[in-house]
Design a protein around this ligand. Structure first.
Ligand code: NAD
Length: 369
C-alpha cells in the first residue's frame, strides 16, 4: 500500500492506494477512531461488486443505502432522501459516512457528510479511475441544480481516501478512458516524467490486460503507479490552493473548451474525459499559436491521447458556436475567458487574453466548421 499525504494542516488526510485492500478499511477506521457506526452510500452495481468485500472488514454497526446510477441522481431530492435515511439510522456526530463508487457517489456522499449535523466524518472509496485520480481528492462536494452542474456544494475534506485499484478491473473501457484524460492532464500540467511514462506504457493502458490471469498482476501494478502519480499531482495542487483561489485553476487544463463541447452536444456525444481530451489539444494548439509552446509537444499530447483511444478532433460543431459558448462558461472572470495553456511538458500558464481569431484557427484545424 502507498500513502500519499494531502497536507492541509488540521484538515489533512492520507490517500491510501493499494490492491485488494478493501477488506482492510475497517481496521483503519477502528485504529483512527473515525466513526462509531458507519453509513455507506453507494450505487447498486458497485454495491453488488464491492459492497460485501468492504463490509467484511467493518467491525462497527453499518447500514448501506443505494442511490441509482447516473449523474441525474446528484441532486437535492436524493440528498433529502439520504438525510432521512441517516436520521432513521440514528446517525449522529461521531458517525462516519463512506462514499463507495464513482465521482457521482463521492460528490453526493461528501455533500451529505458536510451538511449533516453541520459536518461529520467521511471517507471516500472511489471505484472509477476518474474518481480515484480526481474527484475523491480535494474535498469538492456537491449536487447539481437543474440549471447548472455542481452549483450547490462546499469544500469539505474527507478523513481519508481509500483506493483499491483492483476495482478498475471491472470498469467498462469507456469509463477507464474518461479517467485517463485526467491522468494525461497531470503529466502535461505538472510532471513531464509522468507524461513520458504514459507515452511508454500507453499500449497497456486499457481493459484488455485485466482479462488474462497472467497479465492481470502486471496490469494492477501499472495502474497502481498511474493512480499514485496522479494523486501526488492533485494533492500537491490542492495543498497549495485548497479552495480554488488561484493555482488550482491549472487543474482546468482542457476543461475550458471541454465543458463547452460537453454542453453543446448535450452531454450525449462525448463523456467528460473525451471532451477534456479535445479541450487539451485545443489549448495546446492555442499555446503554440501564441508562441508559448513547441509544435512537437502539441503533436505528442495529441498522439498520446489518440493512443489511449480518446478523441482529438471536433466533429460537426461550428467554431462560432463554441466561441460564443466559451464567453458564457463559468471560467469567465471579469469578462475574460481563462485558458490554461501548456508552455512545455510539466508546466502551464493561465492566460485570459487569447484572441478569438487564435481560438477559431485552432478549432478549425481540429475539424470544427
Ligand atoms: N469533486 C470533484 O473534485 C470532482 C472532480 C471531477 C469530477 N467530479 C464529478 O464526478 C462525476 C463523474 O464521476 P465518474 O466519472 O466516476 O462517473 P460515475 O460516478 O457516474 O460512475 C460511472 C459509472 O461507473 C460505474 N462504476 C463505478 N465503479 C465501477 C467499477 N469499479 N466497476 C464497474 N462499474 C463501476 C457506476 O455505477 C457508474 O454507472 C461527475 O458528477 C463530476 O461532476 C467531481
Amino acid at each position: 500500500m502507498v500513502k500519499i499525504k494531502v497536507d492541509l494542516k488540521d484538515r489533512g488526510y492520507d490517500v491510501i492506494v493499494g490492491t485488494d485492500t478493501l477488506p482492510e478499511l475497517g481496521a483503519l477506521i477502528e485504529a483512527d477512531k473515525l466513526g462509531r457506526e458507519i453509513f455507506i452510500i453507494t450505487d447498486p452495481l458497485v454495491n453488488d461488486l464491492y459492497g460485501d468485500i468492504l463490509r467484511k472488514g467493518l467491525k462497527q454497526r453499518a447500514k448501506t443505502v443505494e442511490v441509482a446510477r447516473g449523474e441525474q441522481q446528484k441532486n437535492l431530492k436524493i440528498a433529502a432522501k439520504l438525510f432521512d435515511e441517516l436520521v432513521k439510522f440514528g446517525a449522529h456526530r461521531d458517525s462516519l459516512i463512506i462514499g463507495l463508487g464513482g465521482g457521482v457517489i463521492g460528490d453526493l456522499a461528501g455533500f451529505i457528510a458536510a451538511t449533516y449535523m453541520r459536518g461529520i466524518n467521511y471517507i471516500q472509496v472511489p471505484t472509477t479511475l476518474l474518481a480515484q485520480v480526481d474527484a475523491a481528492i480535494g474535498g469538492k462536494t456537491g449536487v447539481n441544480h437543474p440549471k447548472c452542474k455542481n452549483l450547490i456544494g462546499c469544500f469539505y475534506q474527507p478523513k481519508a481516501v481509500f483506493i483499491d485499484v483492483k476495482t478498475l478491473s471491472t470498469l467498462p473501457a469507456r469509463e477507464l478512458r474518461t479517467g485517463l484524460a485526467e491522468v494525461v492532464k497531470y503529466g502535461v500540467i505538472e510532471d513531464a516524467d509522468f507524461f513520458k511514462f504514459l507515452e511508454a506504457n500507453a499500449h497497456h493502458l486499457n481493459t484488455k490486460a485485466f482479462e488474462e490471469e497472467e497479465t492481470k498482476r502486471a496490469a494492477l501494478k501499472l495502474w497502481q503507479t498511474i493512480v499514485v502519480e496522479s494523486v501526488k499531482v492533485k494533492a500537491k495542487v490542492v495543498e497549495k490552493d485548497e479552495k480554488e483561489a488561484g493555482l488550482r485553476m491549472i487543474l482546468n487544463y482542457g476543461h475550458t473548451v471541454g465543458h463547452v463541447i460537453e454542453s453543446l452536444t448535450r452531454y450525449r456525444a462525448y463523456n467528460h474525459g473525451e471532451a477534456v481530451a479535445i479541450g487539451m489539444v485545443v489549448a495546446a494548439m492555442i499555446a503554440q499559436r501564441m508562441g508559448m509552446l513547441d509544435k512537437e509537444i502539441v503533436i505528442r499530447i495529441k498522439g498520446l491521447l489518440e493512443k489511449l483511444g480518446l478523441p482529438t478532433e471536433i466533429d460537426n460543431l461550428p467554431a462560432k458556436k463554441i466561441i460564443a459558448a466559451l464567453s458564457i462558461d463559468k471560467k469567465v472572470s471579469a469578462g475574460k475567458v481563462n485558458f490554461v495553456l501548456p508552455t512545455k511538458l510539466g508546466s502551464v500558464d493561465v492566460r485570459n487574453n487569447v484572441p478569438a481569431s487564435i481560438i477559431k484557427q485552432s478549432l478549425v484545424e481540429l475539424g470544427a466548421k
